[in-house]
Write a protein that binds this ligand. Structure first.
Ligand code: IPM
Ligand code: MN
Length: 346
């Protein structure tokens, strides 16, 4: 019989509240013959203050036994900036080789956008997750003097670029519009830009049905605001992807509904799914957080594990809930979770 062995990391702040609702919806959507086992981990600010640890080798050993990881949010004002980011989030991405950072943007009915009108927004960004300027390559000399020179080297390997580009082509191929846009800056970043463009053109030959396009990242930010409908699938490097996916979230309903997956498509390691939003300590513990982004992340998780029908049911439940909530009084975190769980079950 089928089973899902899930690592659950509620984390800090509203992470606890939204993950509880994500699990509620997950339990409700799974058919009776699928056994759901969960194990909770206490990573985050509390653990860091108690032990000084963010993510140890022993933790990684534990985590890798699971089929997937669901994360709420990590971060607290009491922890110095960068500690949990580098010590947990990035460490996990590198350790589990999460090279596909998947971030869908879909403007659902009833959701407001800062853009004029109600544009068609339905695209996914495939952000490279393990290379680029995120590898910690670089250094500084004469630090603290007026002659300081700091470098931050972007690492782009043929292997790393090709596997993420190939993944993006496959995702484009599977979508109705079958269009893939490479976003880079190959007029200035000529070495990495050359590798990305060459790889993109080489892999394109294997996907003749996919329409291809190229945009410099600065131009892409304009089109995301003026013509978001031109995008179907975007593939881009780690840092460009970080920046444009925040913009993408902002135009398509904001971080209340933005979901993401840190994916290792080979399943050699568990992939991790999380809402794009942070721990929001200002509203933590008040039942004010919208669990929708976490619930949509659960749908991405299910799709990754091959439960497409269940993922579709969650997406449909969220769309219906968002349509219905327009103009009604705000509901609490658990009320939204209950409503979504009821929809996916029935
Ligand atoms: C994200 C975040 C991270 C990133 C930070 C917290 C390290 O901004 O997931 O987009 O830059 O990737
Ligand atoms: Mn980011």
């Amino acid at each position: 019989s089928r089973s899902i062995n899930l690592a659950v990391i509620p984390g800090d702040g509203i992470g606890q509240e939204v993950v509880a609702e994500g699990l509620k919806v997950l339990s409700a959507v799974l058919p009776g013959d699928v056994k759901l086992e969960t194990e909770e981990y206490d990573f985050g600010a509390k653990r860091y203050h108690a032990t000084g640890e963010t993510l140890t080798e022993a933790d990684l050993e534990q985590l890798r036994r699971h089929d997937a990881i669901l994360l709420g949010a990590l971060g607290d004002p009491s922890v110095p900036s960068g500690v949990l980011e580098r010590g947990f989030l990035l460490k996990l991405r590198f350790a589990f080789d999460h090279h596909v950072n998947l971030r869908p943007s879909k403007l659902l009915p009833g959701v407001s956008t800062p853009l004029a009108g109600q544009p068609e927004i339905d695209f996914i960004v495939v952000r490279e997750g393990t290379e680029g300027p995120y590898t910690g390559n670089g250094g500084t000399i004469r630090q603290g003097t007026e002659h300081e020179i700091a470098t931050e080297v972007s690492v782009n390997t043929a292997y790393g670029v090709e596997r993420v580009v190939r993944d993006a082509f496959a995702r484009a191929q599977a979508r109705p519009r079958k269009k893939l846009t490479l976003v880079h800056k190959n007029n200035v970043l000529t070495f990495a830009g050359h590798l990305w463009s060459n790889t993109f053109n080489k892999v394109a030959a294997e996907f003749p049905e996919v329409t291809t396009d190229y945009l410099h990242v600065d131009a892409a930010t304009i089109f995301l605001v003026t013509q978001p409908e031109r995008f179907d699938v975007i593939v881009t490097d780690n840092l460009f992807g970080d920046i444009i996916t925040d913009l993408a979230a902002a135009i398509s309903g904001g971080i209340g509904v933005a979901a993401s997956g840190n994916i290792n498509p080979s399943r050699a390691f568990p992939s991790m799914f999380e809402p794009v939003h942070g721990s929001a300590p200002d509203i933590a513990g008040q039942g004010k957080a919208d669990p929708t982004a976490t619930v949509l992340s659960v749908a991405l998780l299910l799709r990754h594990l091959g439960y497409d029908a269940e993922a579709d049911r969650i997406d449909a439940a969220v769309a219906a809930d968002l349509t219905e909530r327009a103009g009604k009084p705000a509901r609490s975190t658990s009320e939204i979770g209950d409503a979504l769980a009821a929809r996916v079950a029935g």
